[in-house]
Ligand binder design. Structure first.
Ligand SMILES: Nc1nc2c(ncn2[C@@H]2O[C@H](COP(=O)(O)OP(=O)(O)O)[C@@H](O)[C@H]2O)c(=O)[nH]1
Ligand SMILES: [Mg+2]
Length: 500
């Protein structure tokens, strides 16, 4: 599913590749082939933040190991494919296939020293991966700088696909992601902010805005002791983080990732449900004591054997157990399926999924087109061949003059205003946001009933207003934004008239 902007960049790539030198042509074809792939989202964050857990929840299958092990130390890419398959790609470009282990997970032992692994390439016959390729990274601030640098490359933090210090075959495979989900736990630290800014700086154009980055406030369930309700605290903390990071991520969504993984991957069995129901039948005081801490839950006398209790902790942790037990105490006949559905809702995952769709999928055409254009520009900047350089530069310039590409500039301007980098009066900001994020002239102009004439006049009027603001308005930054808006409304007026 290639959107219109990506499709025309792909056409441009084909034209350039046909005329450029063999070397540049090959690189341009790599960029082009990325445009028809699903949007690639890297999951970034510190070690143990809950990244792999989130990956499993997003895929809806427990396939990424979440314990300490070799696999959690390498970059792993999950994409759609006709068969389940794990390939270990080494830094010399060789591939080695491995079977999934007995539990359907990536094996803990890769058979290759971690230092020689470029990344692990996993294809799964999983519908959710048809639209989203997910890249799991080991953690940005890990002590092992090699691993951490590779994580940064996979997250697009520092490296272009072409100048990574690995061979060309692997480099083309491990091209940077177009979008990132950054998993925080507790407070946002200074180097988290730093890493995010590096990500923005590394990729030009759209990446310089929160348009392609989303924050997840992970392990929200561990914010309060025992089984207390963490959401009031989690929601307000996430809001505070979102304010702090407004220039870096579009939103920060709180999530109880472990519960989300268990629910999404369908890990809770009928026997688990029955164990939870048995706990729900305990006298209230005994239950309260048991659920006060993980240690007490393991050690207090209980109708459920110790190893089964350990399993429940691993599936749900105290918050999830407390939530499930409360549901079963109210409705002892609750089915496993309905319990899982409620746990999924209680994990915060539905809001995350919705936000991912809003933030990434909907914008993925613009994100990918912007990504590819910035790669072409970068290639032009690096090319030693004058003819290649001219071909690339001219091609990109030609495309950017196409009215359709004005959307990229609009999104960029709207994000800059939304982040506060360029302050505008609130109603001007809202108008710009509507223009940047919609194709519907009636909605943009807030004239739901208007006919073509009225829409045309309103669009021309808006263009004039922004032109005046560009000249008379505050500073040079506002002026540049206003010029982009003016042209946007001018193009909108033309479109309304053409559709008439
Ligand atoms: N209680 C709780 N534990 C979690 C959550 N997310 C992950 N974990 C646990 O934290 C540990 C590290 O998670 P993992 O996904 O491997 O972190 P990564 O290093 O960022 O990939 C694992 O034991 C997970 O089960 C969560 O939301 N709540
Ligand atoms: Mg991990």
């Amino acid at each position: 599913m290639t959107g219109p902007l990506s499709a025309s960049v792909a056409t441009l790539c084909d034209q350039i590749a046909g005329q450029a030198s063999a070397e540049a042509g090959g690189l341009v074809r790599q960029i082009s082939s990325r445009l028809s792939e699903p949007l690639r989202v890297a999951i970034a964050g510190r070690l143990k933040a809950g990244k792999s857990t989130l990956v499993n929840a997003l895929i809806g299958r427990r396939v990424a190991p979440t314990a300490v092990g070799e696999c959690t130390r390498v970059v792993t890419r999950f994409r759609y494919g006709p068969a389940d398959r794990v390939d270990v790609v080494t830094r010399d470009g060789q591939r080695r296939s491995l079977p999934l282990d007995d539990e359907g997970m990536i094996p803990q032992r890769l058979g290759v020293p971690a230092g020689r692994v470029a990344y692990v390439d996993v294809t799964l016959t999983n519908e959710r991966l048809r639209e989203l390729t997910v890249v799991d990274t080991p953690g940005l601030a890990s002590a092992d700088t090699v691993v951490s640098r590779r994580a940064q490359e996979a997250a697009g933090l520092s490296a272009a696909p072409f100048d990574a210090d690995i061979d060309a075959a692997s480099a083309s495979e491990v091209a940077a992601a177009e979008a990132v989900i950054y998993v925080f736990t507790q407070a946002v630290r200074a180097d988290d902010v730093h890493a995010l800014e590096a990500f923005r700086d590394a990729s030009a154009r759209l990446a310089s805005t929160p348009i392609n980055a989303l924050g997840v406030f992970g392990k929200a369930d561990t914010l309060v002791a025992g089984t207390g309700d963490p959401w009031p605290v989690a929601v307000s903390l996430a809001e505070r983080q979102a304010e702090l990071l407004a220039r870096t991520v579009s939103d920060v969504v709180p999530l109880a990732g472990l519960v989300a993984e268990t629910a999404q991957a369908g890990r809770l069995t009928g026997a688990d449900r029955d164990d939870l129901a048995a706990l729900a039948g305990l006298p209230a005081a005994a239950l309260r004591l048991m659920l006060a801490s993980a240690d007490l839950f393991r050690t207090r006398p209980s109708p459920v054997p110790a190893e089964r209790r350990q399993r429940l902790l691993g599936l749900l942790d105290l918050y999830g157990i407390g939530y499930a037990v409360a549901q079963l105490a109210d409705e002892p006949e609750l089915s496993t399926g309905e319990l899982v559905r409620r746990l999924g809702a209680a994990s915060g995952f539905p809001r995350l999924r919705h936000t991912v769709e809003e933030t990434f999928r909907w914008r993925s055409d613009a994100i990918k087109a912007g990504w590819a254009l910035s790669r072409l520009e970068r290639l032009a900047g690096r090319s030693r061949d004058d003819r290649d350089r001219a071909l690339l530069r001219d091609g990109v310039q030609r495309l950017l003059r196409d009215p359709a590409y004005h959307r990229l500039r609009l999104l960029d301007a709207a994000q800059r205003v939304a982040t506060g980098a360029v302050p505008l009066p609130a109603d001007w900001e809202q108008e710009l946001t509507r223009l940047a994020t919609s194709e519907d002239p009636r909605w943009i102009l807030r004239l739901p009933q208007a006919g073509p004439d009225e829409l045309y006049r309103a669009a021309v009027e808006a263009a004039n207003r922004w032109r005046v603001y560009a000249v008379a308005g505050a500073g040079p930054a506002q002026s540049r934004v206003a010029q982009v808006a003016q042209r946007g409304f001018h193009l909108l007026a033309q479109r309304v008239r053409a559709d008439d």
